[in-house]
Write a new protein. Structure first.
Length: 265
């Protein structure tokens, strides 16, 4: 494990593998280097790039510092880009896509940006996330009830069927999820005004000036795909690509060739 120090003094743990141009992978909710798709994706990309996987603050071996803000997570990416030599390609998935876009909007030295299924709710193809969603996450976490926070996220954030969420409590991964559940409020902060079933705010990403690839999966539900299509139109000059046969649980072997082609193009 290696570390960098973010602007507010938080230690961010990362792993570097491979050689070539730098690529930073930004995880979605509750994932980190040892739990989620980043590690196998890094293995696919390493023959072509120097790949940086990292634990977002509050997860894995990274530290955390209050008060939290989205800007602090952007500073974490800035510290990694500096460590990588001053510029990097960036790929984000799910809420990591939202964070990667915030980094590009902030003007970080990103050479190319790729994002997969930023889970936006822009129409009536699914119910909007409840208005008190963020508040309920905060209350569950403050009360020391990480399991309740996970259930709120799974059922109302990403619409996982109730029987599936019930069975998850008996799976080996559940204790790992509970450890990082407090960071669900960090992911929620990335979706301010973007989950209510209305069109995307005009100009939200107008300042993104880096080449951007916006992706979705061909088997993903309509609400996700509609949100991705809207995002592709909202980011100046963005390319929209569908990876056939994939869902939100994107397989590293499916996306790796797309990223290799895009980042090397």
């Amino acid at each position: 494990m290696s570390t960098v120090t973010s602007q507010d003094g938080t230690t961010i743990a990362y792993t570097r593998t491979g050689s070539g141009p730098a690529v930073i992978l930004v995880d979605g909710a509750m994932c980190h280097r040892e739990f989620g798709p980043a590690k196998p994706l890094a293995a696919e990309l390493a023959p072509h790039f120097t790949v940086y996987t990292y634990d977002r603050r509050g997860r894995g071996e990274s530290g955390d510092t209050e008060p939290f803000s989205v800007a602090r997570e952007v500073e974490d990416i800035a510290a990694l880009i500096k460590e990588a030599g001053g510029t990097a390609h960036v790929y984000g998935i799910s809420s990591g896509a939202a964070l990667a876009l915030e980094a590009a909007k902030a003007g970080l030295p990103i050479t190319k940006l790729a994002v997969y299924e930023f889970p936006l709710v822009v129409d009536d193809t699914r119910p909007p996330v409840p208005a008190d969603y963020d508040e309920r996450l905060e209350k569950a976490i403050a009360a020391g009830r990480p399991g309740a926070a996970i259930k709120t996220f799974m059922r109302e954030g990403v619409r996982v069927p109730a029987p599936v969420v019930f069975m998850m409590q008996f799976m080996p991964a559940w204790p790992k999820l509970k450890k990082v559940a407090p960071t669900l409020r960090y992911d929620a902060a990335l979706f301010d005004g973007l989950h209510d079933g209305t069109p995307l705010p005009a100009g939200r990403w107008a300042s993104v000036s880096v080449p951007t690839l916006v992706m979705d999966g061909g088997k993903s539900p309509a609400w996700i795909r509609n949100g991705v299509a809207a995002l592709a139109k909202a980011v100046p000059g963005a390319e929209h690509r569908t990876i056939e046969g994939q869902t939100h649980m994107l397989k590293p072997k499916a996306v790796a060739p797309v990223l290799i082609d895009y980042f090397n193009g």
